[in-house]
Write a protein that binds this ligand. Sequence first.
Ligand code: R5P
Length: 280
Amino acid sequence: MIVPGSATQVLATELAATTGDDIANVTFKTFPDGERYVQVDDVADHTVIVSSTVSDGAHIELLQLQDAVREAGASEITTVIPYLGYARQDTAFEAGEPVSARAMARALSTGTDRVITVNPHEVAVCDFFDVPTTAVDAAGQLAEPLPTLSDPLFLAPDAGATALAQTVRDAYGEGETDHFEKTRHSGDTVEIEPSDATVADRDIVLVDDIIATGSTMSESVAVLTERGAAEIYVSCIHPLLARNAYTKLVQAGVTHIYGTDTIERPVSAVSVAPTLAAEI
Ligand code: R5P
């Protein structure tokens, strides 16, 4: 039995179709005081909850789903968190700060026997959970929507995304891999320092784990456009696209944006359901 979170209904349904499991009907409501309510119509002995924690409300809802499923009699609960919110706050960067990823992981561990997530910002975040936790890698699937490319360069906007870019390149089957350097000045201000790689007249596939404000990608696209790149494809695992990110990318000249359905957005062209089904 698969139980979907309210923000992850498309992926949960796709996963159920892939595994052949039934999907539960869940009622979602909000009380006048803003508190959330869920009711799950059916559970199985082994129940899989699928819910991306895309917002604070989604965190609360997931805790409620876990409790509801246990209360209804499930003896084994697998919690699939395709997009793990707060994962980038994985250390106390300054005195007085929380390790928010750890706080969320501890809370979510109490209601499950196992956790599966998809490409967290750092795999080490899995260690914050008190139950067995696996991070699956869906990066190779980002090659699926790419057309035939001309002399492609698979480019990470910062060194941290180099492995992702390499995985997409390997899945595509040809091309070079390189990375830019990024300095983040604030939540939505970044500075990109390009590499020496030749980009003129080449098709470029920019690959990152997440597009949040879109600053990283739009600044990278500006550099590439100035240097005469041919087509630029922007791809990411988690298309969070917060605030005006989508508009920012379009204004930067991006015409091809591909993300997965860990977060359900219009650009979610790739489903991670097969990758998750193989792990469940
Ligand atoms: C950070 O290192 C991540 O890999 C992403 O590059 C970052 O979170 C993207 O954020 P934004 O879209 O706000 O620039």
